[in-house]
Design a protein around this ligand. Structure first.
Ligand code: GTP
Ligand code: MG
Length: 199
């Protein structure tokens, strides 16, 4: 995949506006502030393709980026307590409307979890939903630069037990600060986007 061929397409505030799924989509989901937009920027080696903010709730729409022959889809973050209830409903409608759309070519859902903290109830709900709906997904543990060696080992050992899929879970530690994990992730996405190249 040519990550240099990355362009912002559009933002969508309600699920009925979403464009037809005419390319494989890689979707980035997770709590507010977990680092979804930073991960997209890092994968594409760009500073400001997706807007990053230290204030949770920055991405309040579904944002589509065309990256080579795929779409990268930046989903609004969930679980941010300070967002107004009406906004939370709108975001939930957006995320559900997007993921429930059977017509969408969802090649992979990338679920981001802050490596410093155990997975939350909402992360587990998301994994259950992805398993039930048979959507392929993997977990990226973000902000890996903030942990020391011992903390890293603890989190890596614990994460599989926090989700209902045990050892089958693919987990990639990642840091947008140091670039750790970016090549591993690119390798995984590469295989998904162009499986015919394997032969
Ligand atoms: P919402 O759009 O609000 O849902 O957030 P998001 O998940 O898109 O997070 P975003 O990429 O905007 O990053 C949130 C904050 O975390 C910003 O201050 C980033 O600079 C910081 N951040 C993201 N990734 C990393 C990382 O790997 N390491 C460190 N140290 N900080 C990070
Ligand atoms: Mg964001």
């Amino acid at each position: 995949m040519n990550y240099n061929k990355a362009d912002f397409i559009a933002s969508y505030g309600i699920s009925s506006q979403l464009p037809e799924s005419d390319r494989p989509e890689l979707s980035f989901s997770g709590r507010s502030n977990v680092g979804k937009s930073s991960l997209i920027n890092k994968l594409c080696s760009r500073k400001n393709l997706a807007r990053v903010s230290s204030t949770p709730g920055k991405t309040a729409t579904i944002n589509f980026y065309a990256v080579d022959d795929c779409y990268f889809v930046d989903l609004p973050g969930y679980g941010y307590a300070k967002v107004a209830k009406s906004e939370k409903w709108r975001w939930a409608e957006l995320i559900e409307g997007y993921l429930n759309d059977q017509e969408r070519d969802l090649a992979l859902v990338i679920l981001l979890v802050d490596m410093r903290h155990p997975a939350t109830r909402l992360d587990v709900d998301m994994v259950n939903y992805l398993i039930e709906t048979e959507r392929p997904f993997l977990v990226v543990l973000t902000k890996a630069d903030k942990l020391n060696k011992t903390e890293r080992a603890q989190r890596l050992a614990a994460i599989a037990d926090e989700f209902p899929c045990g050892e089958d879970l693919t987990v990639v530690p990642f840091s947008a600060e140091t670039g750790e994990g970016v090549e591993v992730l690119r390798g995984i996405l590469e295989e998904l986007a162009a499986p015919e190249d394997e032969a």
